[in-house]
Design a binder for this molecule. Structure first.
Ligand code: TMP
Ligand code: ASP
Length: 234
């Protein structure tokens, strides 16, 4: 597999084309941002950890019938993926109140939701990724109704699978973000699933093991990410 031109550089990853037009390479960086990049920093070894955590989770999801873009891990920080035409919607699934849901509703962080909550955000850095609803998605033609139905169903299934997976590793899956895209006309899960994109709490101590340690200056960020990797890899 030959690495070709860089096509995209985001806050945490770089995407490169390859000599196969259906495949790209995701390179995971140590750079970290929060609050729409107003806060910037580095989390030592984050790229390698997120690559490995994502590899394990994508493989587990594929084994449970969730089609995704993962092909194989190429190196410490590189993952070979199917090339997606990304749907510009960030899908957030929540099991426990935290972060912006706590701010929006006044419910205390840690409140256990009776059923999972699903939210949609417009993937647009310049606008600060505003929350949108299904009517906006329809009128802005961000996704067709059948596509959104598929994405919603898939997000709920992923939540069920990952909640069980993390629970068996003594981790509570509080909430997480997903992105989807099209590959040869099929909807696939894309991006990454890692401590950058999930809230993960230790089952017994409720200690935060995710990017909130960076967002809120709680310290021991690298240790927390590495502990997640250790538990995820069993
Ligand atoms: P929030 O409570 O800040 O809305 O975040 C919900 C979840 O989504 C949390 O697990 C972190 C994740 N997330 C991202 O992956 N990228 C983002 O840009 C934001 C704002 C949140
Ligand atoms: N990654 C996002 C940013 O920099 C936000 C976050 O994860 O908190 O804006």
């Amino acid at each position: 597999m030959e690495k070709r031109d860089k096509v995209y550089e985001g806050k945490a990853k770089i995407v490169y084309l390859t000599d196969d037009e259906g495949l790209v390479i995701q390179y995971f960086k140590d750079d970290a941002t929060a609050f729409n990049a107003q806060k910037k920093g580095t989390i030592v070894n984050k790229g390698a950890v997120n690559n490995k955590v994502s590899t394990t989770l994508f493989t587990h999801l594929a084994g449970h019938g969730i089609p995704n873009h993962f092909v194989k891990q190429l190196s410490d920080r590189e993952m070979l993926c199917k090339k997606l035409s990304i749907i510009p919607i960030e899908v957030i699934m929540r099991n426990i109140v935290a972060g912006s849901l706590s701010k929006r509703t006044g419910l205390a962080e840690g409140y256990v939701l009776k059923r999972p909550v699903i939210e949609f955000y417009l993937k647009d850095d310049a606008l600060g990724d505003p929350m949108i609803n299904e009517s906006h998605i329809d009128v802005l033609e961000l996704a067709r109704k059948e596509t959104l139905d598929e994405v919603r169903g898939c997000a709920h299934k992923i939540n069920d699978i990952l909640k069980d997976f993390f629970n068996s590793r003594d981790i509570i899956l509080v909430d997480f973000k997903l992105e989807f895209g099209f590959h040869h006309g099929k909807v696939l899960l894309g991006d990454e699933i890692s401590p950058d994109t999930c809230r993960l709490w230790d089952k017994s101590t409720k200690e935060k093991m995710d990017k909130d340690r960076f967002r809120r200056d709680l310290g021991n960020v690298t240790n927390a990410y590495e502990e997640v990797l250790k538990r995820v890899q069993g």
